[in-house]
Every structure is written in C-alpha cells, then in structure tokens.
Write a protein that binds this ligand. Sequence first.
Ligand SMILES: *Cc1c(COP(=O)(O)O)cnc(C)c1O
Ligand code: SF4
Length: 338
Amino acid sequence: MITPNRMPWHPNEWQKLLSQSFRQPDSLLAFLDLSPDLLEIDVQPDFAMLVPPPFARRMQPGSPADPLLLQVLPLALERAQISGYSADPLDESSDGRAFKLAPTLLQKYQARVLMITTPGCAVNCRYCFRRDFPYDAHKPRDYQQALDVIAAETGITEVILSGGDPLILSDQKLGNLLHHLNAIDHVRRIRLHSRLPIVLPQRINGALLNIFRSSRCPVTLVVHCNHAQELDEDTARAFQYLREASVHLLNQSVLLHKVNDDANQLCRLSEALFEQGVLPYYLHMPDRVAGTAHFDVPDLLALKLHEQMRVQLPGYLVPRLVREEPGEPSKTPMTIQS
Ligand SMILES: *Cc1c(COP(=O)(O)O)cnc(C)c1O
Ligand code: SF4
C-alpha cells in the first residue's frame, strides 16, 4: 500500500506546476536556449501553446529538432490551407450517430462509449485531432444526462473517460464520476485516456490512487506517449504507483513526421514503456486535421516501420498500427491495400 507520505510530491503539486506552464513560444525557446529565428513560430496561434514544466524539462536545450518540442511548439506552417484537411475529419459533427445518445457521449463502437468529460488538457499537442472540437456545444460539465443514458443502455459494458483530458479534473470530480459509474451494474470496465501521467506525472497523487483502488470496475489507463525521451524517473514512479493500485497501463502513440517516424525510435519507445510497466496498444496514423499536415507520414513508410518493429520486437511490444475511418465499426488496421 502506498501511504501519502511515501509519495515524492505533494497532492497539489500538479496544480502548481500546471499554473507555471509555458504559454508563450518565446518563453519556452528562451528556457531551451534557442533563438526564435531558428524556427518559424506562430506567436499568436488560434490553438494556444500550453506546455507544463515537467515536460519542458525533458527537452534537449539548444536543439530545434527536439522531438518533444516539435509536438508542442506552434509553427507558422499550421496556417497552411491544405485540401483534404479539415477541422472535423472524422465527421463527428455531421455523423448523426456519433453523438446520438447525449451531447457528451460519443458512441462509435459496440458496447463501449466515450464520454467527453472536460475540454481541458495539461498540454496542447499541435497534432491534436480535437484542436477545433466545439466543446461548448457538447457541455462536458454536466455529467448527469450522460450517466442517465449509460444507466439506461444495458448494452454498454465499458465507459471511456476522455476529453480533453479526464485527469485534469479534480480528485473530487473524478471520484464522483467513478462512484456513479461503478453504481451501474452493467458497466464492467472503466477506461481513461490521458496524457497527464506523461506530461505531468505529479497528477498521480494519493487521492487519485484511492479512487482507482476502490473502483469496483477494473480501471485501464491508456497513456499517450510518442517518444522514449518523454519517459523519466517521475513517469516511472507514477506508473509504479498506478500498478500498485491495480490499474492496467497501456500506451497509444501517434505516428508523427520528424518526431517518431523511425523504426529504431519506435522500438526504443516500446522497450522504454515496458521497462516502466506499460504495454503498447495503438500506433495511430494522424487524422487529417487542418493545421497538422506537416506531421503526416506516408502509408507505405508507416507499414514499413511497423514491419521492422515486428521483426525487432517480441509480439507483445508491437502496437497495432491503425487509422480511424469515419463510419467504421472499429479502428481500421493498416494494410498494404488500404
Ligand atoms: C478509439 C475509440 C474507442 C476505443 O476503441 P478501442 O478499439 O476499444 O480502443 C471508443 N470510442 C471511440 C469514439 C473511439 O474513438
Ligand atoms: S492531450 Fe490529447 S486532447 Fe489534449 S491536446 Fe493533446 S492530443 Fe489533444
């Protein structure tokens, strides 16, 4: 058992760190000893920059091509209008089925439903597929309607808490939400998708661990890590606590040009995750979201990288290479034909 005084950080440390996040490209570049002239940055991006200090500290000072920096620094390139890229490439707003249950409940796949719990994140990822999501229209702050629908739909066995990032919610809000979900008999699994254990591992505090430990439904946490350099001793500690609280740990990555489109890097990521107790789950092709075209990796290269991973790694360290196609009943595995 973890006692609160064994934790290396104060329960509210994460909120303090979050409030100290880098919000201006210039200040992040100064912190990294980089001249702003080296990169064509966008000083006033529509999708704001947000980088918490623990993530910034894992970047290499003086390196404009740092794979962590490239994920978070707003570039002028994002303003390019490219055909085939839109604000809503997954057709979520026009696909009447997607949000038919409730404005905060997205059901695309059988038996599992995704709940938009908050618009907030601890980091703004430039490749984000929800960077233009109309959160206001989906009122993520009111959970009651979603809980009523889940209670009425007996076919739902898994609830996925998403956002934004569900771990940005307070311990109290998350505790309430899990309490209500656990009270619904037909819900058998609770899953959270979050980037906080990576970018702000101090979020894993004693109160959160108690919420997970006391959940009737097994809890799975799918973290989002794209590069081995995102892992350090603090993420290792956070994962160790989570495992001691019986949380299943999986990772999903997005395949991103110049960040991780390299077979050796991808293998190192899988191995580094495993060493910290996390199994690779998905490797996603980026969605065609406006402003993210410069991250694209050609299908053929993606398939080749994945094949090299299968050769170099044991099968359980090879993530499934998938893309999301509007209207499909599951994520679509990439194949030569697709
Ligand atoms: C990705 C996703 C899921 C989860 O799919 P799994 O294959 O079970 O991981 C569920 N709902 C939505 C809307 C999704 O986009
Ligand atoms: S944490 Fe997830 S939802 Fe938030 S900006 Fe990054 S990719 Fe988007």
